[in-house]
Design a protein around this ligand. Structure first.
Ligand code: ADP
Length: 649
C-alpha cells in the first residue's frame, strides 16, 4: 500500500484557480484602461492643415504603411482644443490622429506646408514605416488568454465532477473510455467460484470455448457471437460470471458501467464508446463487460423532445454502430448486464449484436446451499451449523445477499466474543439483512407496544388460519429498521400464484389493520405499508391479471415499459370507474373475511397478542400450540423460485 521508495519531495506551488482568474482579469483591465487622461481624437486632414498653418503643431509622425498621421500640439496651445477632448486632454502625445488615402504624398504635402511657415516655426516631421509587433502580439495574446481561462475552468469542472470522469488528464481525457482493464493473468475468478447458475454457466462456457479455439467454429463457416446479455436481478452474480469467463479463457477483461458513458458534455459518450472498442480491439481476444447497460441502452423514445435525451441516444447509436462495425472473428466478446431487458432498445437485441440473452435468476434452494458453501470457506463454524436449514430460511436471497449473510454472521459472532459462528448468528444476520438493524433503544410507549402486538398478532393469526397464505415463520415486536414490528414468512418458492393464494395473502396483509379495529375500535397509522401493498395487489389483480369478473380478461400491463411517459390511460373513463369499483369491492370482501376470522378466533388471537407482548419474539410453534396445526401445511412443496422474502410490518 504505502510506497516506500524514496521520492524527492516536489516543491509545491499552489496557486488557487480563483487567483489565476483575478490576475487575468486585472491584466485585461490594465490593457484597456492604461491611459492617463483622454484618448487622441480623430481629425480630418483639412483641419490638421489649419492647425499647421496656425503654428499650433509641435510634431507630426506619419506612418506610411498605415496611412496614419499622429499630431502633437504645442503644450502652450493645447488648451485651445480642450473642447475637442471634452475637457479631458490627453497627457501623452499624440493628441490627434488623421487618416489619409493611398495617394497621399506626405513628403510633398508636409514640405509645402512648412514652406508657408516662418523658418524657425517649421513643424518637426517624422515619416516612418512601422513593423507592428504589438498588433501581431494582440492576435496571439488574446486567444491565448482565452485558452488558458478555458483550460482552468474545465479543469475545475472536471474536478468537481469527481475527477474520475475525466481522469487525471482533465479535459483532454474526457472522451477517453473510463473502463477498467484487468490483464489476463490477474483474474483469479473461475467457474468454481460461481455456485449454482447451471443454465447460465453452460451458456457462457460456450463463450469461453469460442475464445479458446475460435478456429473450431469458424472452420465450418460459423460466426462467433459478438455479445451476450446477462439478464437478472441485482446481486445474482452477473459480474462474477462475466469475470469467470475472462478468468477461464485467460483473456483480458474490460469492465465499464453504462452510466460511465453518460457525461454532461455532448458527444463524450459516443467518443468513450469508440475509445473502448478501440482499446478492446488492441487487446483482442478479450472480454468487454458493460454493467447496467440500461443506462445507455434504454429504448430510444419516439416522441423526441418530450422525454428524449439526445446525448444518451447518440451514445447508444455509437454503441450499435461499433457492434456492427467490428469483425465477428476479431476475438472481442461483449458481455452486458441488466436487470431490465424489457426496456432495452430492440436494435440492441437483434442478431449480430447482443444476440444471446442469458438469464441469471435468483438461486433456488439447492443453489443457495452451494452459494453458502462458496462463501462459508474460511469461516469458523460451530457444530450446530446446519446448511440446509439456512438455505431454507433465505428464500429470495440473491448470491450477494448470501455473501452478505455470511460476512454479517461472522461480524455478529465476533461482536459477541464467540470463537465459532453458530446458527443463531446466521439467523440474526438474515433478520438484519431483511429488516434492517434492531433498534431496541427506540422509545415506544406501553400503549403503542400493545397496539403493535395486536397488529402483528392479527397478521399472524389470519395467515395461520388461511391455507393459501404464506407460512409464518416468526413474529416480533422488536423495532427493526423502519418497522415497529414484523411478521416473517417463508414463502413457498413458486412460479404461479392463483387467485385464492392472492386473496389469502391479502387477508393476512389486512389482518393487522382489522386487529386494531377489533381491539382499539379505531385504526392507526401503523398499517401504511400493509395498505400500500394491498392496494398494489388489488389493482394488479384487476388491471393486470384479469382476475375481476367485470373487467374480464383484459390486461393493461405494458411489458415494453414504453408507456411509462404516457399521460393518458389505455382505457376509457368508464372502465376507470369500473376498475376502482372492482378494487373497492375486492378490498371490502377481503376486509369482511378477515374480520370474520379474527372475531371467530378472538380468544386465540388475544392470547397470541399477550404472549407476543410478553416474549417479544414468537415462532410458528407458539401459533401451533394456540391454534393447532396449520391447515394445508402438508401440501407445501418447495419448488423453484421467484419468491421474495416477505414480511408485513
Ligand atoms: P450482479 O452483477 O448480478 O449485480 P455480482 O456479480 O456483482 O452481481 O455479485 C455480487 C457478489 O455476490 C459477488 O461478488 C459474489 O460474492 C456474490 N455472488 C453472487 N452470485 C453468486 C454465485 N452464484 N456464487 C457465488 N457468489 C455469488
Amino acid at each position: 500500500m504505502a510506497n516506500n521508495k524514496k521520492k524527492k519531495k516536489p516543491i509545491k506551488v499552489s496557486v488557487g484557480v480563483s487567483w489565476i482568474y483575478i490576475i487575468l482579469l486585472l491584466g485585461i483591465a490594465w490593457m484597456f484602461f492604461n491611459q492617463s487622461g483622454g484618448n487622441p481624437q480623430k481629425e480630418e486632414w483639412a483641419d490638421v492643415q489649419a492647425q499647421w498653418l496656425a503654428g499650433d503643431i509641435k510634431e507630426i509622425t506619419f506612418i506610411r504603411n498605415e496611412y496614419e498621421g499622429h499630431v502633437t500640439i504645442k503644450p502652450e496651445r493645447i488648451e485651445k482644443y480642450s473642447d475637442k477632448f471634452g475637457g479631458n486632454i490627453p497627457k501623452k502625445s499624440p493628441h490627434f490622429i488623421f487618416l489619409v488615402s493611398g495617394s497621399f504624398n506626405a513628403e510633398e504635402m508636409f514640405g509645402q506646408l512648412n514652406a508657408q511657415l516662418p523658418e524657425n516655426a517649421a513643424v518637426k516631421v517624422v515619416i516612418e514605416s512601422k513593423e507592428n509587433y504589438w498588433g501581431f502580439l494582440e492576435w496571439i495574446i488574446f486567444p491565448l488568454l482565452l485558452l488558458v481561462m478555458w483550460f482552468f475552468m474545465f479543469r475545475g469542472m472536471n474536478r468537481n465532477m469527481g475527477g474520475g470522469a475525466g481522469g487525471p488528464g482533465g479535459i483532454f481525457n474526457v472522451g477517453k473510455s473510463t473502463g477498467k482493464l484487468a490483464e489476463k493473468d490477474s483474474i483469479k475468478v473461475t467457474f468454481k467460484d460461481v455456485a449454482g447458475l447451471y443454465g447460465a454457466k453452460e451458456e457462457v462456457m460456450e463463450i469461453v470455448d469460442f475464445l479458446k479455439n475460435p478456429k473450431k467454429y469458424t472452420a465450418l463457416g460459423g460466426k462467433i457471437p459478438k455479445g451476450a446479455l446477462l439478464v437478472g436481478p441485482p446481486g445474482t452474480g452477473k459480474t462474477l460470471l462475466a469475470k469467470a469467463v475472462a478468468g477461464e479463457a485467460n483473456v483480458p477483461f474490460f469492465s465499464i458501467s453504462g452510466s460511465d458513458f453518460v457525461e454532461m458534455f455532448v458527444g463524450v459518450g459516443a467518443s468513450r464508446v469508440r475509445d473502448l472498442f478501440r482499446q478492446a480491439k488492441e487487446k483482442s481476444p478479450c472480454i468487454v463487460f458493460i454493467d447496467e447497460i440500461d443506462a445507455v441502452g434504454r429504448a430510444r423514445s419516439k416522441n423526441a423532445g418530450f422525454s428524449s435525451n439526445d446525448e444518451r441516444e447518440n451514445t447508444l447509436n455509437q454503441l450499435l454502430t461499433e457492434m456492427d462495425g467490428f469483425d465477428s472473428n476479431s476475438g472481442v466478446i461483449i458481455l452486458a448486464a441488466t436487470n431490465r431487458a424489457d426496456i432495452l432498445d430492440k436494435a440492441l437485441l437483434r442478431a449480430g449484436r447482443f444476440d444471446r440473452q442469458i438469464h441469471v435468476e435468483l438461486p433456488d434452494l439447492k443453489e443457495r446451499e452451494e452459494i453458502f458453501n462458496v462463501h462459508l470457506k474460511g469461516l469458523k463454524l460451530a457444530d450446530d451449523f446446519n446448511l440446509e436449514f439456512l438455505a431454507k430460511h433465505t428464500p429470495g436471497f440473491s448470491g450477494a445477499d448470501i455473501a452478505n449473510v455470511c460476512n454479517e454472521a461472522a461480524l455478529t459472532a465476533a461482536r459477541r466474543n464467540k470463537t465459532l459462528i453458530d446458527k443463531q448468528d446466521f439467523l440474526d444476520a438474515v433478520d438484519r439483512i431483511i429488516g434492517g438493524l434492531e433498534r431496541k433503544s427506540k422509545i415506544i410507549t406501553p400503549q403503542e407496544k400493545k397496539s403493535i402486538a395486536h397488529h402483528e398478532a392479527g397478521h399472524a393469526t389470519v395467515s395461520w388460519l388461511l391455507p393459501n397464505a404464506n407460512p409464518l415463520f416468526k413474529v416480533t415486536i422488536v423495532p427493526r429498521g423502519q418497522a415497529l414490528g414484523a411478521a416473517w414468512y417463508l414463502p413457498e418458492e413458486r412460479q404461479l400464484v392463483t387467485k385464492d393464494q392472492m386473496m389469502d395473502e391479502m387477508c393476512s396483509l389486512i389482518g393487522g389493520r382489522v386487529a386494531e379495529e377489533i381491539v382499539n375500535g379505531q385504526p392507526s397509522t401503523g398499517a401504511l405499508n400493509d395498505l400500500e401493498r394491498l392496494t398494489k395487489m388489488a389493482y394488479g389483480m384487476v388491471t393486470f391479471y384479469g382476475m375481476s369478473e367485470k373487467i374480464g380478461n383484459l390486461s393493461f400491463y405494458d411489458s415494453t415499459g414504453a408507456r411509462g411517459y404516457d399521460l393518458t390511460k389505455p382505457y376509457s373513463e368508464k372502465t376507470a370507474e369500473l376498475i376502482d369499483q372492482e378494487v373497492k369491492g375486492l378490498i371490502n370482501e377481503i376486509h369482511d373475511k378477515t374480520l370474520r376470522i379474527l372475531t371467530e378466533h378472538r380468544e386465540g388471537f388475544l392470547e397470541l397478542a399477550a404472549l407476543l407482548l410478553d416474549k417479544e419474539v414468537i415462532f410458528a410453534e407458539d401459533l401451533e400450540r394456540i391454534f393447532g396445526p396449520r391447515a394445508g401445511a402438508a401440501t407445501q412443496q418447495p419448488t423453484e423460485t421467484v419468491a421474495e422474502p416477505s414480511l408485513s410490518e
